[in-house]
Every structure is written in C-alpha cells, then in structure tokens.
Design a protein around this ligand. Sequence first.
Ligand SMILES: O=c1ccn([C@H]2C[C@H](O)[C@@H](COP(=O)(O)OP(=O)(O)OP(=O)(O)O)O2)c(=O)[nH]1
Ligand SMILES: [Mg+2]
Length: 149
Amino acid sequence: MTVTLELKRLDHGRDLPLPAYQSELAAGLDLTAAVETPVTLAPGERTLVPTGLAMALPAGYEAQVRPRSGLAAKHGITVLNTPGTIDADYRGEVKVILINLGDAPFEIVRGERIAQMVIAPVLQAEIHEVEALSETLRGTGGFGSTGRS
Ligand SMILES: O=c1ccn([C@H]2C[C@H](O)[C@@H](COP(=O)(O)OP(=O)(O)OP(=O)(O)O)O2)c(=O)[nH]1
Ligand SMILES: [Mg+2]
C-alpha cells in the first residue's frame, strides 16, 4: 500500500538526494545528514542533525524516525528518542537526535544516511473519562506479573 508524501528540500539540502527506499519492499526511507561541515560525536554525546527536508504527510499518518542497524551495530550510533514522531501537521525541518553509545568518536558527514523514516497509519482517540473501568482477568497486574517471580 502506498500513500503520497510531499517532500520539500530546504535551501541547505538542495544538493542532497531525496530519501528513497533502498530495496523493493523496504519499510524505511533513509534520511541523510544536511550538516554543512562534519560533526564529531564524542562517546555519550548527542546532537540534533538537520536533514534539509520538510514534509506534509496525509491526515491519519505519522512518520517514525528510527535508527539504522548498521550504525548501531558497528558504531553504537542510535536515535535517542526512537521512534521519533513526525506529526502530519508538522511543516518544520525534520531533524534526527543521534546519540553515540559507542566507545569511539563518530564523525557525521554531509550526505551520510543516518537514520530511516517509516510511514505508518495512526488513530486519534476520542477521550471518554469514566469513574470505573471494565473488569479483566489481568486486572492491575503488570510489569512481569505473568513472568518469572
Ligand atoms: O525525531 C524527531 C521528533 C520530532 N520532530 C519534529 C516533528 C514533530 O511533529 C515535532 C514535535 O515532536 P514531538 O511531539 O516528539 O516533540 P515535543 O517535545 O512534544 O514538541 P512539541 O511540543 O512541538 O510537540 O518535532 C523531528 O523533526 N524529529
Ligand atoms: Mg509533541
């Protein structure tokens, strides 16, 4: 199933390729870093990486910003707020919060694919406040209540 995603390259991302699916049935569109000059992330450090892109999702959809497993496995680089949420009414620049959980500095260079974006349907809930909730077998048990004790 496909939906139309309107993408706008911002001035500082004009020369970068549009995000693209890297294989026929890929779930994620790779996002590239639109940094002007290389940015070095020290171990434990985080940074907000510009992508040079703004977009308009159809109503009823979100985009999730997720890590790339290669960067995570090889360098300990991940998306701090994964999955980042891009709202359908957001028109600002898409940015990626990367953190270096590895043990060596990592350099982010312009045009590097740093994360991926998955388009997904979302429901908005209609909120009904109640005094009592419906009863269930589980009840209030959670946080391992069905697992090892
Ligand atoms: O990884 C992310 C997460 C969010 N956003 C943008 C799009 C999103 O629609 C907006 C707000 O994100 P979120 O709701 O997660 O942040 P918030 O801290 O709740 O900010 P706000 O008060 O603006 O909703 O920021 C990004 O560009 N990258
Ligand atoms: Mg918010």
